[in-house]
Design a protein around this ligand. Structure first.
Ligand SMILES: NC(=O)c1ccc[n+]([C@@H]2O[C@H](COP(=O)([O-])OP(=O)(O)OC[C@H]3O[C@@H](n4cnc5c(N)ncnc54)[C@H](O)[C@@H]3O)[C@@H](O)[C@H]2O)c1
Ligand SMILES: O=C(O)C(=O)C[C@@H](O)[C@H](O)[C@H](O)COP(=O)(O)O
Ligand SMILES: [Zn+2]
Length: 368
């Protein structure tokens, strides 16, 4: 994978026209210029954040917005997937109404994927839609959730069951915010990053493997190259299929089983950890279908383990996992659009994966 990165930004097109910039930076110094281009001088701003990230970064970000807008308020909720729900959204709606936010005003998501998904959904639905921008602060949010416009909340423990496709006006990444990200959360982001290599770029997958120590050490230049490349993989997929009518489903590789595990483990495993387990089951199905060979299957498992990710789980049963997949959003008239690997770096949609094969693959990931 040869990548010459001579810029700190990339443009995302949507329905074949420029939509928003993804800006990569070592700090918040470029944020002022970026938001000035959005002409927010007469806007009210609500920074949406949570109890871990807010105390670290909200004041610095608020100061930047204060010097460019009419008014800035902060909405902070308790961190964690358990608060990615309609109750939190309702609290945010109430704050916006009480502060007389109108359609001219804007939300700012400052946090990980939970903040980004919820802020985007609130922006998509408040007054039938107001602008929002993403300032992702977790690795997973920087390489995945802040890009592509999937927004939403969990509903009765079903993942992302309520939501909207709604694009941000800007994605601003301060890579230095990762310095405060706990290791387990950092490794969780690697689940989505390994996924990017597996579905679209075998050179990238092997580059991750070769650079695993620098990645674990959070070497800045390696981190920048990795985040930039993952964003590029996702950008290209979502530009081609913004509302997942086709190949955007490839980004869901590992998620059919992954989301089921996330639900059945009562969100005690992190999203990226569940994606890792889901990748193993999907890779195993790809092995059974003779798309990949044993060496490649073991290579995938070993690479996930290099990034401290789980490849098995326990205390759940295969039938419950498969039952949970029936609510997968990739279901199409009772047939799952399951994502398999035709080879490393080349995923595809397979509508022939039946109940028995799903059960068989689950037994591979469930430790007795
Ligand atoms: N919309 C999408 O396309 C998309 C893509 C992938 C994942 N997701 C969703 O994103 C969520 C997972 O995102 P996540 O892993 O960022 O979870 P998260 O938002 O819960 O953040 C992970 C943890 O790290 C903390 N944190 C975040 N940034 C930090 C920082 N800079 N310093 C210290 N602590 C920090 C958070 O408080 C939290 O405890 C899931 O709900 C998943 O469904 C959405
Ligand atoms: O952006 C996408 O499309 C993805 O599938 C990215 C996934 O990593 C992410 O977890 C997404 O939220 C899952 O989509 P969902 O439609 O299954 O909720
Ligand atoms: Zn995901």
């Amino acid at each position: 994978m040869e990548v010459s990165i001579n810029t700190n930004a990339m443009k995302v097109n949507y329905e074949q026209k420029p939509c928003y910039d993804i800006v990569f930076s070592k700090d918040f110094n470029l944020l002022n210029d970026e938001i000035q281009q959005l002409n927010i001088s007469n806007k009210r701003i609500c920074i949406v954040t949570e109890s871990n990230v807010g105390p670290l970064y909200a004041n610095e970000v608020k100061d930047i917005f204060m010097s460019n807008s009419k008014e800035v308020i902060i909405f902070e909720f308790t961190a964690g997937e358990a608060h990615k729900n309609l109750d939190t959204i309702s609290e945010l709606y109430t704050v916006l109404i009480e502060n007389k936010f109108d359609r001219n005003d804007m939300l700012v998501a400052l946090g990980g994927g939970v903040v980004g998904d919820m802020t985007g959904y609130a922006a998509a639905t408040y007054l039938r839609g107001i602008d929002f921008i993403q300032i992702p602060t977790s690795l997973l949010a920087q390489v995945d959730s802040s890009i592509g416009g999937k927004t939403g909340v969990d509903y009765k423990a079903y993942k992302n069951m309520i939501g909207a496709f709604y694009q941000p006006k800007l994605v601003y990444m301060n890579l230095s915010t990762l310095n405060s990200l706990p290791n387990r959360e950092y490794y969780s982001g690697m689940g989505e990053i390994v996924k990017h290599g597996l579905i679209k770029d075998s050179d990238y997958f092997y580059w991750l493997k070769e650079n695993y120590q620098k990645i674990l050490d959070r070497d800045y230049d390696t981190l920048f190259t990795m985040i930039y490349n993952s964003c590029n993989v996702k950008r290209k997929v979502v530009e081609e299929d913004p509302k997942e009518k086709g190949d955007r489903a490839l980004l869901n590789f590992g998620h059919t089983i992954g989301h089921a595990v996330e639900k059945l483990k009562n969100f005690t495993l992190l999203h990226g950890e569940c994606v890792s387990i889901g990748i193993v089951s999907a890779a195993y199905i790809s092995l059974v279908k003779n798309y990949i060979n044993n060496t490649e299957f073991n290579d995938i498992c070993d690479t996930l383990k290099l990034f401290k990710l789980p490849v098995t789980t326990s205390d759940i049963n295969a039938n419950d996992v498969v039952e949970a997949t029936l609510n997968d959003k990739k279901m199409d008239s009772g047939v799952i659009k399951f994502i398999v690997l035709k080879e490393i770096g080349n995923a595809s949609i397979d509508r022939t994966i039946d109940h028995d094969l799903l059960i068989y693959s689950c037994e591979k990931i469930i430790k007795k």
